[in-house]
Write a protein that binds this ligand. Structure first.
Ligand SMILES: Cc1cc2nc3c(=O)[nH]c(=O)nc-3n(C[C@H](O)[C@H](O)[C@H](O)COP(=O)(O)O)c2cc1C
Length: 359
């Protein structure tokens, strides 16, 4: 057992101090039908994970506009009312000693669907859905919305929507803003040659395909106070022939750092049906190490991290600056407290729970 586990060492991103290296990965809850406003579910779900010892609790992919949602049940952050609804959630997370984070997202062509447990099929405009936009008029799959190709004004509007949502995130009390540039959503649709077939200044060569992601990053950085942390989540690979791939993602990571991004979370896949990493814990986390070493930017590892020793090894070997856990945190909100006990670090159980752990 390591004497001072690296997993429980603090990390500073600008003025944001994380008490350890464990983040709750953003996870869509589809709990907001129909207005995008946070509900008691968010307070309980995210709050429990902050009380469970994570350093950073990142609220789900949060839509920057109504037409940016995946489904009508998505969380949103496009108005003061949305910020006010999230305020108690961020405040509770911070009161537990964790940092409140939010992931800002635009679904692009993956929008206007049913919630996943109903089926993820297209919901047309006449049935409660909306017209979806994308860099090119290519549907995600046979049961997905037919997207309208974005014009210059649509692109400018989407970038501005990210910046407006970031202002609302700050007003709500979030101190970490993560841009969703992966998983086949709008920014990723610009990055991947499979979904971006434009021949204007937003498509074609690498510089044109990364332009949307970079402009979003710059616009959001410009409205965030210097003290707050900005992160970006990338899919480092489409895992498909002719798609976006790691050398391009590493190049983009370096550019995003220039644009004011403090941490790049290395996920992968989801640009099209069949775009997924091979199963198991070895597929994604190694890209966080490469991002850190080759793009010289702080990185987050995610994907099948379930064991304290595995998380400790990633941080201790400089394979990542942070680890993000999703499904393991759903199974056990107290995962970080158990990991601390397993690795011999102090486990700050909430005082009212002390009797559960021998107090
Ligand atoms: C219920 C659920 C919802 C998810 N929603 C999001 C999301 O909103 N944004 C995101 O970037 N990833 C989302 N993901 C992906 C996770 O954040 C994570 O990258 C993925 O599950 C792999 O990590 P894991 O092996 O620890 O689960 C979601 C995953 C799950 C299980």
């Amino acid at each position: 057992m390591p004497e001072n586990p690296a997993l429980f060492s603090p990390l500073e991103l600008r003025s944001v101090r994380l008490r350890n290296r464990i983040g709750v990965s953003p996870m869509c809850m589809y709990a907001c039908e129909p207005d995008g406003l946070a509900t008691p579910w968010h307070l309980v779900h995210l709050g429990a994970r902050a009380a469970g010892g994570a350093a950073l609790v990142v609220a789900e992919a949060t839509a920057v506009a109504p037409e940016a949602r995946i489904s009508a049940a998505d969380l949103g952050l496009w108005s003061h009312a949305h910020a006010r609804a999230l305020e108690p959630v961020a405040a509770f997370i911070e009161a537990q000693g964790a940092v409140a984070g939010v992931q800002l997202a635009h679904a692009g062509r993956k929008g206007s669907t049913q919630v996943p447990w109903v089926g993820r099929r297209w919901v047309p405009p006449g049935e409660g859905g909306w017209t979806v936009q994308a860099p090119s008029p290519l549907a995600f799959g046979p049961h997905s919305a037919p997207p309208r190709q974005m014009q210059e004004a649509d692109i400018a509007r989407a970038i501005a929507q990210f910046a407006h949502a970031a202002r609302h995130a700050v007003a709500a009390g979030f101190r970490y803003v993560e841009l969703h540039l992966g998983h086949g959503y709008l920014a990723h649709q610009f990055l991947s040659p499979l979904t971006n077939q434009r021949d204007d200044a937003w498509g074609g060569c690498f510089e044109h395909r990364v332009r949307f992601a970079r402009e979003v990053a710059r616009a959001v950085r410009a409205v965030l106070p210097d003290t707050l942390a900005l992160a970006a989540r990338l899919s480092v690979s489409d895992w498909l022939e002719g798609g976006w791939e790691p050398t391009q993602a590493l190049r983009l990571g370096r550019l995003l750092k220039e644009d004011g991004v403090d941490l790049v979370v290395c996920s992968s896949g989801a640009i099209a049906p069949g775009s997924a990493p091979p199963g198991g814990p070895g597929a994604q986390p190694p890209y966080a190490a490469r991002m850190r070493a080759e793009a010289n930017v702080r990185s987050g590892a995610v994907g099948a991290i379930t064991e304290p020793s595995q998380a400790e090894a990633l941080i201790a070997s400089a394979g990542a600056d942070l680890v993000f856990l999703a499904r393991a945190m759903l199974r056990n909100p107290n995962w970080p407290l158990h990991a601390a006990q397993a690795l011999g670090a102090p486990a700050p159980w909430p005082k009212p729970y002390a009797r559960a752990v021998g107090g």
